[in-house]
Design a protein around this ligand. Structure first.
Ligand code: URA
Length: 237
């Protein structure tokens, strides 16, 4: 792909604007040598204003989603895209969230511009585990684990029963829930069906991928070995 198109597709500007950036000498190699629009240079050797170029298409990002941001491009309130550089909103191919977390859910949120990867992560067929930790308004009754694991639990207005889910009790009002699907408000609705209420919810892992020490609101691109972890079973403890 021609350099102007490649850089424009990464959201740095229109092709016209990127062509101007070349003419202004803002696009260089790592030694500061000015690059020209028809140069053939490996992606990782391109600098814009001395900064490495964003990763090429085929990326997966992870974010520690803070409370209060929605997984939407259009919402008029605070959205998760506000936490990325503005050019990430206009990349082509487009960057989408991999499923959604509610506005009042925090934790591990993935983004990708790779449609096949997105489908592979969210499809119940892939059995990728999404692990949530919930703080509840009332004590657990004791029978939730059995109900959630049954494979027959029906949520209101749904036609299909839920896939079996694993509940791990962490305290009288604290639980970890592992799902292999992602229905609308699923965790909150599952606990609501038992007469409880989720006061706080965070996603702690997707497959074996965890956020480690990524602070709330921060994000980074994943390396291939981290992407592979998404498809591995989560660590047990
Ligand atoms: N289940 C929910 O209820 N909310 C989320 O954000 C994710 C799963």
């Amino acid at each position: 792909m021609k350099l102007v198109k490649l850089i424009a597709n990464l959201g740095y500007g229109s092709r016209k604007e990127v062509a101007l950036m070349f003419r202004e000498g803002r696009i260089t190699d790592p030694d500061g040598e000015v690059l020209y629009a028809d140069d053939k240079v490996p992606h990782e050797h391109i600098r814009i204003d001395d900064e490495p170029l964003d990763p090429p298409s085929g990326i997966v990002l992870m974010m520690n989603k803070p409370l209060g941001a929605t997984c939407s491009r259009k919402d008029i309130g605070r959205v998760v895209y506000d936490l990325l550089p503005p050019r990430y909103r206009v990349r082509d191919p487009a960057l989408s969230t991999v499923g959604r977390l509610d506005r009042e859910t925090s934790g591990l949120l993935l983004f990708t511009d790779d449609g096949a990867m997105l489908h592979r992560i969210i499809s119940p067929k892939s059995q990728v585990a999404k692990v949530y930790e919930a703080t509840l308004a009332s004590d657990l009754r004791g029978d939730e684990g059995e109900l959630f694991a049954s494979g027959t639990m029906m949520l209101e207005s749904e036609k299909e029963p839920l896939e079996p889910a694993v509940l791990q009790v962490l305290g009288p009002r604290r639980a970890r829930l592992t799902l292999t699907e992602g229905r609308y408000h699923q965790v909150r609705r599952m606990f609501a069906a038992t007469g409880n209420h989720v006061d706080a919810l965070t996603r702690v892992s997707v497959g074996a991928l965890t956020m480690d020490d990524l602070p709330p609101g921060e994000w980074r691109a994943l390396e291939d070995r981290e992407i592979a972890r998404i498809f591995e079973p989560p660590a047990q403890d």
